[in-house]
Design a protein around this ligand. Sequence first.
Ligand code: ADP
Ligand code: ADP
Length: 229
Amino acid sequence: GGVVRFEDVRFSYEPERRILKGISFEVPAGKTVAIVGPSGAGKSTISRLLFRFYDVSSGRITIDGQDVRDVTQKSLRDAIGMVPQDTVLFNDTIFYNIRYGRWDASQEEIEAAASMAQIDGFIRSLPKGYDTEVGERGLKLSGGEKQRVAIARTILKAPPILILDEATSALDSYTEQEIQSALESVSRGRTTLVIAHRLSTIIGADEIIVLAAGEVVERGTHGELLDRN
Ligand code: ADP
Ligand code: ADP
């Protein structure tokens, strides 16, 4: 399961300004679709609509044929995992931060998830930059470390559908490679929608959707897009 479909989706945050102007695409079960396009094109809006942070103005979004408006928030949250651009961690060890949302997870499960996300070396430590002054506002980790904690959380949660909102900020190439391989292990076999900023995920995607000003302006595999341009 886990087929995601957007059918002629239109959306406005404010009545007079159209953000998505009739978007259709499908992410088949277990496949990866990458959404690319300039800043402001509407990429993050697509993930917010899938999560029902907002509802479509017209058209519909379905998961396995069921309109997301007919699904409870709880089952939607169970079905979809999100690796956000910026993860807020709480003031405790990486171990507890990974367990977030899966409090019943065994130590073995947590360690396996940490290992796949390549943070097994420091799950017992407090995040780098840990500072009691930071308190409830969150911990300071590098972007790459935080993203790997988010990946480990998602591996532990094991949702059928995954949204990866890739970091826009530049990561050093070593970190980028580590994150790329962690992302590949978490997305394997899952229906994955990538808000893409890295060439590597685009090349590997089953389909690339190019969005500009709320419209799909091109679509195809990486090879097909290259041939056309
Ligand atoms: P992208 O992810 O491609 O950069 P977004 O989906 O974040 O684009 O935003 C698309 C457009 O919607 C932008 O013009 C943005 O300013 C606008 N927008 C985003 N969030 C809101 C909001 N909460 N209220 C009003 N406009 C918004
Ligand atoms: P939980 O289901 O563990 O209680 P949350 O309610 O915080 O977690 O979030 C539910 C899902 O929504 C999680 O997969 C989380 O990663 C995702 N999520 C949280 N905040 C955002 C956001 N700002 N944008 C998109 N997805 C989010």
